[in-house]
Write a protein that binds this ligand. Structure first.
Ligand code: DSN
Length: 435
């Protein structure tokens, strides 16, 4: 490209970080390097995605200046006219998207959302029944080192050894035996559909509430590719807003209207202070995007890509948990295939510009720090425009690195292949770090 066209191309780009570059070169440099890392890496972490420029702009807006403790029309501080408007819009969009009676868009994360739900209906020491971490559960579902495990009595259900599917008979037996007050239907690493009707039936029998944590699959739920717990008479639904939902980093509670007062108060003043209005604005922007027909097509592609990844690994002889996937993630047993750990695999892959995370697989014989598995998600690469064809290339590249047990020459070659592949899928081309 000649000098003049380069100048023209750059003049159309946003110099997003001009002021930062001048006032704080150290942080500016970290951000630019992170932008370049995102551009040059295949992002396969199942809980990550790439937000639109509109979401990015809202998240970095002047709303960060505003204190707005409380809720729309009931704030502790003055000057909340536009904060109220932003939060009202976000709430309405969230309710419309999920067909929910109530939404609270203030949780700073999924964990904060879960905390508020527990706090709203449980007394310390009361019982939660939730999926074991080793079977794909989340820290905030009762891990002993998390507040949920420290404050409440936690009983854990798991998955069947052979099928790696949730053992609903075990859920029922444990519910009958321990009479939990909340049954958690949710996960951080489970590749199949959750049977909300079954959870509701079991909870009904023992007088428990169900909390569906759809942090991972919220985008699929909106697109109708996973059952919607808000339409299954489930009392509490929590989610993050940044995974398949592809919005600003944060959390949200959806629920039946009858719980609105206790949930509002469990979140503020119960467990959080001032809401992050800039993030709430960015969540609202993402909710608008998620209501567009394009979003459904995106989610369909996320699912197709994820299924292609599963089949490609299976045809290469890998043990893929549950034998496939119904959502955006796959859990692959790398240990039984090549006797390599999840820890080593993710390290080698990172060296080759492929980002995954090590993950326990059900009945893992290795420790949570080492693990036999890796978790692979399709949301971010799908946002970049990749389809089934590229998924086959990705599995091929991952297999090369693992089969050769992190051989440095192979890693270097795969890294070149990754860079070449990514050239066709530019990330944030509108953002320039040119001088
Ligand atoms: N860290 C998220 C995930 O990767 O699933 C959950 O908090």
């Amino acid at each position: 490209m000649d000098r003049e066209s380069l100048k023209l191309q750059n003049s159309n780009k946003h110099l997003f970080y001009r002021h930062l570059r001048e006032s704080d070169p150290e942080i500016y440099s970290c951000i630019v390097q992170e932008l370049n890392r995102l551009r040059d890496n295949l992002e396969l972490i199942a809980s990550e995605n790439v937000v639109s420029l509109a979401v990015l702009e809202a998240a970095s807006s002047v709303l960060t200046n505003k204190y707005a403790e409380g809720y729309p029309s009931a704030r502790w501080y003055g000057g909340c006219k536009y904060a109220d408007e932003v939060e009202r819009i976000a709430i309405k969009r969230a309710k419309d998207l999920f067909h929910a009676e109530y939404a609270n868009v203030q949780p700073h994360s999924g964990t904060q959302a879960n905390l508020a739900v527990y706090f709203s209906v449980l007394k310390p020491g009361e019982t939660i029944l939730a999926l074991d971490i080793a079977s794909g559960g989340h820290l905030s579902h009762g891990h002993p080192k998390n507040f949920s495990g420290a404050v409440y009595n936690v009983v854990r259900y798991g998955v069947e050894k052979d099928s790696q599917l949730i053992d609903y008979n075990q859920v029922q037996e444990l519910a009958r035996k321990h009479r939990p007050k909340i049954i958690v239907a949710g996960h951080s690493a489970y590749p199949r559909i959750l049977d909300f009707d079954k959870f509701k039936e079991i909870a009904g029998e023992v007088g428990a509430y169900v909390m569906a944590d759809i942090a991972h699959v919220a985008g699929l739920v909106i697109a109708g590719l996973h059952p919607n717990p808000c339409q299954k008479n489930i009392e509490f639904v929590t989610t993050t807003t940044h995974k398949t939902l592809r919005g600003a980093r944060g959390g949200m509670i959806l629920a039946q209207e009858r719980f609105s007062k206790i949930l509002d108060s469990a979140l503020f003043p119960g467990s959080q202070g001032g809401p992050l209005l800039h993030i709430i604005a960015a969540k609202a922007v993402a909710f608008k995007e998620a209501g567009e027909p394009e979003f459904k097509k995106y989610q369909e592609q996320v699912l197709k890509n994820s299924r292609t990844i599963a089949q490609a690994f299976i045809s290469k002889g890998y043990r893929v948990m549950t034998g496939g996937t119904d959502n955006h993630l796959n859990l692959v047993d790398v240990y039984s295939t090549y006797k390599v750990s999840g820890k080593d695999s993710s390290k080698w892959l990172e060296e080759a510009n492929i980002t995954v995370n090590k993950n326990l697989i059900p009945y893992d014989t290795l420790s949570p720090f080492i693990t036999s598995g890796i978790r692979i998600g399709s949301p971010a690469v799908t946002t970049r425009g990749m389809k089934e064809k590229e998924m086959l290339v990705i599995v091929e590249l991952i297999d090369k690195v693992l089969k050769n047990k992190g051989d440095a020459e192979i890693i270097a070659r795969v890294k070149d292949d990754v860079r070449n592949l990514l050239k066709n899928f530019p990330l944030y081309p509108e953002i320039s770090d040119e001088q």
